[in-house]
Design a protein around this ligand. Structure first.
Ligand code: PLP
Length: 485
């Protein structure tokens, strides 16, 4: 550490200006009882680094002309600074939050919640060695796909299945393996952007395939596909337009028809379902979402879908289809780069197993449990929480129980809304309401368990569909009250 030879403190603004020479030395600080206790707990490396940074920060503040007060330089104050720096350094950046946005599968908030059985299997499998690529039958090398292939086949009716890192990878790998250096025909109405730079035309070029667009934005007919097929065509593809809907004068060709056109010319057909529910959602009064089993029955050679959207599992890309097509995809070298890790694989296996007991899904699978929660029950919860929240945000804000419309999320069923209920917090004073709402949103976000709502019509809305256990919310209300005074 460089020794300070002159005072660099501009003490003119400080109440009680000090000379930086009075800063305690690092060695002395590390020996002080408080800091030594930190060293005993966390080791020398971290505590010494944070001590050095704390002193550097003080010196930097002084160098930039900031006044340092003697109170900030007492051993007690410096020790406290070091303690909080160590604590902050050890606090994870990834934090649990309360999703009160009303969007059940929220991409920014981690998408699907894992079922208890998936968490348990994940934990048990990660705690020690497992048979990830080892055959317990003959002691030879095994294949990680075999952990879920049989389950995926029996649930979807497909002949074969493989899994990769996410659905974007599944689509990329499918196109690369099936159509590298050749042409893929897609309707102009299905050239989707999923967000995060995943756009169908770009995926095609990344996979080394040439996109051949057919039809128009609103209408595509069987003849459009038939006329576009040449000797360069390697794949006909349908993309489920999951995050938007084309309405009005529209026409599209269904999977079965595209598969027939493709097969008549000896070409395979693939469908990217995006979300892809493994069960018929309409059984619970939710809008129907196309299932992989319907796509397989319609004759698709490959169907790709996500693991962490409606399926309710970990991030994963699921590929199901014919033996020939899936075999080709599995052998393509890019598969190794996109393969799924053992962590999500364990969670995926346990999640898929829940589908063997469909009658229990709305209890066992959090995504379905939340999606099927009756609006009445959510409203009753809102009524019961209203007084405590009103008390916490008074007198600047008032709280009303409100019927709301939530969303499934993650591009699933984008035009459908989920009847829900929640609490609306509004500033009492209309003047400066925008600033008050910002302050409120910040106060909620900076709670130990951050509460994420949404702002609409000059109110902050907390949709309670995803609040299954209200205790963590209620227990933080005193802190919210403090933050708002
Ligand atoms: C979400 C989605 C993807 C990407 O899936 P990830 O699992 O997020 O990689 C691809 N295609 C469609 C149609 C989607 O909706």
């Amino acid at each position: 550490m460089k020794r300070l030879t002159e005072s660099v403190v501009d003490g003119s603004q400080a109440k009680n200006p000090v000379d930086l020479k009075n800063l305690p030395g690092i060695d002395r600080l590390l020996r002080s009882p408080d800091v030594a206790a930190l060293v005993a707990e966390h080791g020398h490396t971290l505590v010494a680094a944070e001590t050095r940074s704390a002193i550097d920060a003080l010196r930097e503040r002084a160098r930039q002309g900031g006044a340092l007060d003697a109170a900030a330089l007492t051993p007690e104050a410096v020790e406290q600074t070091i303690r909080s720096r160590v604590a902050a350094r050890l606090a994870p950046r990834m934090r649990a939050v309360l999703n009160l946005t009303g969007t059940v599968i929220h991409t920014n908030l981690g998408r699907a919640l894992l079922a208890d059985s998936a968490l348990q299997h994940l934990l048990t499998m990660m705690a020690g060695p497992n048979n990830l690529e080892y055959s317990l039958d003959d002691g030879g090398r095994g294949d990680r796909d075999s952990m879920v292939e049989e389950l995926l086949c029996s649930l979807t009716g497909a002949e074969a299945a493989t899994v990769v890192n996410n659905n974007a990878a599944a689509v990329l790998l499918t196109i690369a393996a099936m159509a590298h250096g050749k042409e893929v025909i897609v309707s102009r109405g299905e050239l989707v952007e999923i967000g995060g730079a995943f756009r169908m035309p770009d995926v095609m070029s990344s996979a080394g395939a040439t996109l051949v667009e057919v039809g128009t934005t609103n209408r595509t007919h069987p003849l459009d596909y038939e006329q576009a097929i040449t000797e360069h065509t390697a794949l006909l593809m349908k993309v489920h337009t999951s995050n938007y809907a084309v309405q009005g004068f529209t026409a599209s060709v269904d999977e079965g028809e595209i598969a027939r056109i493709a097969h008549a010319r000896g070409i395979p057909m693939a469908t990217d379902l995006g979300s892809g529910a493994l069960v018929d959602m309409s059984a619970w009064g939710l809008p129907h979402e196309p299932t992989p089993q319907e796509m397989i029955a319609a004759g698709c050679d490959v169907v790709t879908f996500s693991g962490d959207k409606l399926l309710g599992g970990p991030q994963a890309g699921l590929i199901v289809g014919s033996k020939a097509a899936v075999g080709r995809i599995r052998k393509f070298p890019m598969k190794r780069a996109l393969r799924m890790s053992k962590l999500p694989l364990a969670a995926l296996e346990a999640t898929l197993m829940l589908y063997l007991r469909p009658e229990r899904l709305t209890q066992d699978l959090p995504t379905l449990r939340l999606l099927t929660r009756p609006a009445d029950a959510i409203r009753a919860l809102a009524v019961s929480l209203q007084p405590a929240l009103a008390n916490a945000v008074a007198p600047r804000f008032e709280v009303a129980v409100l019927d709301l419309m939530g969303q499934i999320g993650s591009g699933s069923l984008p035009v459908e809304k989920l009847p829900s209920a929640g609490l609306a917090i509004a500033p009492v004073q209309k003047k400066g309401a925008g600033r008050a709402l910002d302050e409120l949103a910040t106060a909620l976000r900076t709670l130990p368990l951050p509460v994420i709502g949404r702002v609409a019509d000059d109110r902050l809305l907390l949709d309670l569909r995803c609040l299954e256990d209200s205790a963590p919310f209620v227990n933080q209300l005193p802190l919210l009250r403090q933050a708002l005074v």
